[in-house]
Write a protein that binds this ligand. Sequence first.
Ligand code: PLP
Length: 355
Amino acid sequence: MVKKLFIPGPVNVAPEVFAAMSQPMIGHRMKEYAELHGRIKTSLKRLMMTESRVFLATSSAFGAMEGALRNLVKGRCANFCNGAFSDKWHDVTLRCGKEADAVKVPWGQPITAELVDATLATGKYDSMTMIHNETSTGVLSPLAEIAAVMRNYPDVMFIVDTVSSMSAMPIGLDELGIDCCIFGVQKAFALPPGLAIFTATEKALQRAQSVENRGYYFDFMEFAANDDKDNTPSTPCISLIYGLDCQLQRFFAEGLEARWERHRVMAERTRSWVLERGFELFAPEGARSVTLTSVANSRGVDLAAIKKQLGEKGYAFDDGYGKIKGKTFRIAHMGDLQPAELEEFLTVLDGELKG
Ligand SMILES: Cc1ncc(COP(=O)(O)O)c(C=O)c1O
């Protein structure tokens, strides 16, 4: 049975995007590819409000997240951790042989500007990583406040994962001073998985040049050299890149402000539903994601049973991630999902909760 996805990625993909992906193949060293790549870069810069380099990597998000560590961490990295993906990023930093500390806050809490300031004031770090929207907990950290603090640490690489927030809300990279922003396309971008997008400022490229053992596949210098020709170091996922071209046009046709507003409306609607049904919101006020709502299972309902029943009705449901599985559940409202579709899902979920 085909299931409609209300999980926090991968998400439902529009038929127009699948149609765009089935265009005839081209070679990535042909001029047709350079035209496609160049057009996409222009659109991505517009979306991210940046003059940074924008690179396309054929991998899931963690490929580019690992690449950022291998290219940008020269001395010691502060990995800010508040959920499963940020915890994993710390683990990956160590696995890359880098010196790093996990700066942890409890799952469900945001990373604060004060914590970033206090950590970096020690002078121990030349890089920091953080996740803007921790998909495991539905927590959104205050990027603008953190960015304001980061201005006091110009030698510290500001590396941010926006996997589940990019395109759902305004994230102006240049204004924020982000050195390297990374996301995969299977969440807020509503594309099939397999492509990661990342950016690098000139400062980041200078750092990369001075770092040893960058490897090949995610070597930022290789990406920069190929970027000059609107190309990629190795063969990219061309079909998915056709889909990205189509999806970016769809974003601009909807209007970025309208897209942000749609997410805000769906998030508010979901939060009200949660409270009206006697559950609690897992994330504190002011740190709640606009792309997914994480719900504390304060009523102690049998989430595994609900997941099974919803699955039989054709809806994919998430019963929590990692160590908070069963204690929380997540309702995703990201990508191209429309308020009417969310309403349909909430009605079906209501039926299960009553039954
Ligand atoms: C915030 C965040 N970062 C990183 C990842 C890992 O992405 P991928 O599985 O594409 O490597 C995810 C996946 O859910 C995520 O939500």
